[in-house]
Write a protein that binds this ligand. Structure first.
Ligand code: ADP
Length: 247
């Protein structure tokens, strides 16, 4: 099909910092229900690409079309409203609140003062919190303070805090950093489940984990695409081995 069939179409995306092109005329396309993994050496531009998509950084040129809507001119919170969720590496959960409360405060309450004034803990919210908690494997921990969760469970809670807003695109920066082997395996399952009916973009270094989750891999180098394809294909690409996997 044409490029308008993709959930996310990034075309000619460019950003310069003091004349240095951190992202350089980059184009890539992500499908519905796809897990796309972005890999590449430090400084390749991976984080900057996510920053550009979520509106944290303004593009110098190019476009980001999401469900046929142009995002590059929107403000960060309007991009969130358009259905883009971004998890950063540093956790943003509230340690003193319970797991339930952390999820509840992220439930979209509608816009403006009426949305928040008339918000109450109605059944729809409770049901949604329970559904999301089950997805992120935290049903048993709902009434505990978030501080008591393991490192991995805190990462899942953050994913849950995004999921409760029903994003159609979820972007995760090194989601399994610091996790145990078991938690990594559970996270792979979790990502596969949540990618059903939405798109997921993951920045990741661990090639075993990449191979486990990726539908397709985009390899960045100096702000450009070095290779793109299945994890198996990019792992065998001589250029990828040369600039990234070889050392
Ligand atoms: P990666 O995530 O692949 O390690 P980054 O996207 O963080 O790479 O960075 C790509 C390049 O852009 C690096 O050379 C980095 O120093 C530079 N860079 C990123 N953000 C800024 C900024 N706000 N100002 C100046 N340079 C930046």
């Amino acid at each position: 099909g044409s490029n308008t069939d993709f959930v996310l179409a990034v075309e000619g995306l460019t950003v310069s910092f003091d004349g240095f092109r951190a992202v350089d005329d980059l184009s890539f396309y992500v499908d519905d229900s796809e897990i796309r993994v972005i890999i590449g050496p430090n400084g390749a531009g991976k984080t900057t690409v996510l920053d550009l998509i979520c509106g944290r950084t303004r593009a110098t040129a190019g476009s980001v079309r999401f469900r046929n809507r142009e995002l590059t001119q929107l403000r960060e919170h309007d991009i969130v409203r358009a259905g883009v969720g971004r998890k950063f590496q540093t956790p943003s959960i509230y340690d003193d609140l319970t797991v339930f409360e952390n999820l509840e405060i992220c439930y979209p309450r509608g816009r403006g003062v009426f949305g928040s004034l008339f918000f109450r803990r109605d059944q729809a919210v409770i049901d949604k919190v329970r559904e999301v908690a089950a997805t992120v494997l935290l049903t048993e921990r709902l009434e505990e303070p978030a501080a008591l969760l393991s490192h991995g469970q805190k990462q899942w809670l953050e994913i849950g805090m995004l999921l409760i807003q029903d994003p159609q695109l979820l972007m995760l920066d090194e989601p399994v950093a610091g996790m145990s082997i078991t938690e990594r395996r559970q996270t792979a399952d979790l990502l596969r489940r949540i990618s059903q009916g939405r798109s997921v973009i993951v920045i990741e270094h661990d090639m075993d984990f990449v191979a486990e989750i990726a539908d397709r891999v985009t390899v960045l180098h100096q702000g450009r695409i070095l290779a793109e394809g299945s994890a198996e294909a990019v792992k065998q690409d001589p250029q990828v081995i040369d600039v990234y996997l070889g050392h």
